[in-house]
Design a protein around this ligand. Structure first.
Ligand code: PNS
Length: 161
């Protein structure tokens, strides 16, 4: 059984994330989508909410499950017996950001990092931009799964009301 981890904040999950998770699921026997908990960062959705959305939108992939992790991603990989961390790269900026983390993780363990090129159509899609644009009334439908869009709009309305 070759298991991989797709880590991230997923605040919220986007179609870009979903593309990478789905493709990772064709490369590995099992993919664990790992929701990072970093108490110092303020998030729109709680870890439980992010996990529930991920479970819903990955339910079509039989070999994908979702978990929350705290601490080092390599320790989580070791705990669950994952051999690889899979990350999507939208462009050179992502590579610059991800490479030192991949090298640090490789220094810490023998867990391999696998980069998948993001789909061209998702190159501009990030959770932070989605939140900013939706928060200012922009239409982000089609960039996040429909179920996520509903919850995003509802949460932003709660926050502004
Ligand atoms: O979606 P994000 O915010 O880019 O996800 C970042 C995440 C959670 C994948 C990254 O911050 C992470 O791996 N955090 C766990 C802590 C850790 O292992 N840090 C050292 C990385 S070299």
């Amino acid at each position: 059984m070759r298991r991989a981890v797709c880590p991230g904040s997923f605040d919220p999950v986007t179609n870009g994330h979903l593309d990478i998770v789905g493709r990772a699921a064709t490369l590995f026997d099992e993919v664990v989508v790992a929701v990072g908990v970093n108490a110092s960062k303020s998030r729109l959705f709680t870890p439980g909410e992010r996990t529930a959305m991920l479970e819903e939108v990955t339910s079509a992939f039989p070999n994908v499950r979702v978990a929350v992790f705290e601490g080092l991603i390599v320790d989580f990989c070791r705990e669950i017996g994952a051999v690889a961390i899979v990350k999507g790269l939208r462009g050179a900026g992502d590579y610059e950001y991800e490479l030192p983390m991949a090298q640090m993780n490789s220094h810490l363990t023998d867990v391999e990092t696998v980069f998948l090129p993001g789909a061209v159509g998702n190159a501009f899609v990030s959770s932070s931009l989605i939140k900013e644009v939706a928060g200012l009334g922009g239409d982000v439908r089609g960039l996040v799964p429909d179920a996520v869009h509903e919850r995003l709009v509802a949460r932003l309305a709660e926050r502004s009301g």
